[in-house]
Write a protein that binds this ligand. Sequence first.
Ligand code: SF4
Length: 243
Amino acid sequence: MELFNPLIQDTKALFERAVPRVWDYSERDCWHDIGSNELVLSRDAAYELGAAGKGSANYVLFTSSGDLVNKDQVLLYGPDLKDIRGDVDFARIVLLRVGVLSDDDEQVFRILKDIEFAKYHVYPEGYMVRMSPENYREQVRVSKQALKKGISFRSIGASYIKAYKKDPNVLNATVIFSTLPGLDYKTMKDYAKKSSDITNTLTHILEGLPTDCSVCALKDICDEVEGMKELHFGVGAEGAGKH
Ligand code: SF4
């Protein structure tokens, strides 16, 4: 699974001048999970991460490279939850190292989709997540009560890692949070879109799209992402596509 590797490198480059706080994953750090969506009313919220008008990005990238991802860790760029005083820019980026899942490409991508859905099964108490997949944004309302109880990115990150690692194909999960002002959240959103374009193209390929690049609507992404065309011509097309 090398299709996302350039995006992982580009994402890391966005943060190279900033210094993160880093916590190794421990299941003991996980925040209390209430098992379903909690409504945090605005009067009970201390602030919103990635609120309207603020930078916001959310995406997941996969690799099988142990050079790119080799730890279960939470990284935080910028202030932690207890130190935030109002609405802030926000990004949550997840890097997953997956094992050699199967020789069957179709099965591999179904598994990747399942892994991605893990993010919809994390319900930290006092941390209401609203995702806009079409905008690649994530907004989070943090309750005053949760702050009093000591909620932190370390604990939220641990909860996400626990959810991802429930899938035995996930070897390592690194969760990056950013609340640092001045980072390039717009480019992060562009990377989120690109990641989603790759996944959607894979889905189309697996649905049996004809292998004629000259008339294909997905040509731009396939031209840009190394390995995509090879993948299509290797999946059910017997190498018969026109370039
Ligand atoms: S490889 Fe060619 S035909 Fe296949 S999805 Fe990409 S552009 Fe379309």
